[in-house]
Design a protein around this ligand. Structure first.
Ligand code: ADP
Ligand code: ZN
Length: 437
């Protein structure tokens, strides 16, 4: 552990290793991974003839190797990607599986140690110490969020309160009475909790909460500012996905200029999602990850569908781990309305922070007179202005959306409580009912 004027570093020998050493370490881990991959039924078929002792691919040849997709994982359900005996497993999780079967993610005892280590690096970087009380509002279930943050906090020696997601009343009590200093949950839940506390006349600014670790869904810089002011804490972005390990793939340090990727464990590439070609540094594309440090469930060039770019250069904090920018969206979340392509996060950036609104919103796509119609509903703050005020606010927001995105959107400011909100985990903000009667 190291403390610098730019925060605390859990594993400086890895996080701040000379780049050359890190590359060597990655190459060696990749070699061990290829040995493990030989026992994965799926890869034996996919890489036929390329996995003999003498011809194992090297990290330098990574771009010649095939991708692994979410569909491949579904095909391999439940254990087609396992690289070890079932007896070696100590834990199983699954992705939320919004469509069809979930993806089952398996961990050996060593994988759990790895998870604890990457989560300790993540949480320590934001300033979590053993004196902290961690209110863990991520769901404890097959979802990796709950246990991931739990393991990280426990590894640091902090006091974890495993409240899980939901239960606003209980969350408020924990923040108020147990003196929680760290809040871990999805950004949408943080916003919701802050609003409920405010409405109950018990604003979270009055608690000891000082740091928030938010992730598991896309959110914008504007959402960060909103949450920070409503709760009175410093908010950090944490990225991960079940297929790699869960949370702990990439994290923000005190500089908060991109997320450091734990690239000794997860080797990153950014590709053009259409051609599959690796893009030059700095270009935005799809993040592809190879889990070079995983035992039970090693994935080769996994297409995350998450869009981001590398941040060029080294970070001021002293870490040499490469950084990636905030996730813009999943590639399949792109909206195409009246021929214009955009992401929900662009809408979010433009509508947050408008006076008299809470930050909760929904985007509704429908068909009217055979044409695409888009309506953005934004929740009014309790006690804020009358109808005229609302119409004025809506007109300003609509103008802003039209100028920046290039299409007309209907904007309505709706009553407090009129929008169904995410209480449990990831928020659903886009409702596409085009084609529905
Ligand atoms: P599912 O794929 O079923 O939603 P996961 O819980 O594994 O299950 O979700 C991982 C996904 O969540 C990532 O691929 C990414 O799209 C999103 N995600 C996770 N962390 C962040 C973050 N900090 N910012 C934006 N999106 C995130
Ligand atoms: Zn940094």
């Amino acid at each position: 552990m190291t403390t610098t004027n730019l925060g605390t570093i859990w594993a400086p020998s890895i996080e701040c290793a000379p780049v050359q050493d890190l590359r060597q370490r990655q190459a060696a881990s990749f070699q061990s991974m290829m040995v493990r991959v030989r026992s994965v039924p799926f890869y034996r078929g996919r890489l036929e003839g390329r996995l003999t002792e003498s011809s194992l691919p090297k990290l330098a040849d990574l771009d010649q190797l095939p991708f692994t997709t979410k569909e491949d994982l579904r095909e391999g359900y439940p254990f087609g990607f396992l690289a070890c005996d079932r007896e070696e497993l100590v834990e199983l999780h699954a992705s939320s599986g919004t469509t069809g079967k979930p993806v089952v993610v398996a961990y050996t005892a060593e994988d759990i140690q790895t998870w604890k280590a990457v989560m300790a690096r993540t949480m320590y970087a934001t300033g979590v110490t053993r004196s902290d009380v961690v209110q863990n509002g991520y769901g404890y279930s097959l979802f990796t969020g709950g246990l991931g943050f739990h393991y990280g906090a426990a590894e640091i020696g902090a006091n974890v309160v495993p409240v899980s997601a939901g239960r606003t009343d209980l969350q408020m009590l924990i923040a108020e009475d147990l003196g929680a200093t760290i809040l871990c949950c999805t950004p949408s839940f943080a916003l919701y909790l802050a609003g409920e506390a405010e409405n109950a006349g018990r604003p979270l600014q009055n608690t000891r909460l000082r740091i928030g670790l938010f992730g598991a869904e896309p959110w914008s810089e504007e959402m960060r500012a909103t949450i920070e002011s409503k709760i009175g804490l410093i908010a950090f972005d944490v990225y991960g996905l079940s297929e790699m390990i869960g949370p702990g793939v990439a994290f923000e340090c005190a500089v908060r200029d991109g997320m450091h990727i734990n690239e000794d464990i997860f080797f990153p590439e950014i590709i053009d999602p259409d051609s599959g070609c690796v893009l030059p540094e700095g270009s935005t594309g799809e993040l592809v990850l190879t889990s070079i440090g995983r035992q039970a469930f090693p994935l080769l060039r996994y297409r995350t569908r998450d869009l981001t770019s590398f941040v060029p250069g080294l970070c001021e904090c002293g870490r040499t781990l490469r950084r990636m920018r905030r996730i813009i969206a999943r590639s399949d979340d792109m909206l195409i309305v009246a021929g214009v392509n955009f992401y929900p996060s662009q809408v979010e950036s433009l509508i947050l922070g408008v006076a008299g609104t809470t930050g909760h919103y929904q985007i509704w796509l429908s068909t009217r007179d055979l044409r695409d119609h888009i309506e953005v509903k934004i929740e009014a703050e309790p006690g804020s202005g009358g109808v005229l005020d609302r119409e004025q606010i809506a007109a300003v927001v609509a103008g802003r959306l039209r100028d920046n995105i290039g299409i007309r959107m209907a904007v309505s400011i709706v009553d407090p409580g009129a929008l169904d909100k995410s209480v449990m985990g990831k928020a659903k903000r886009v409702f596409d009912i085009r084609g529905e009667k």
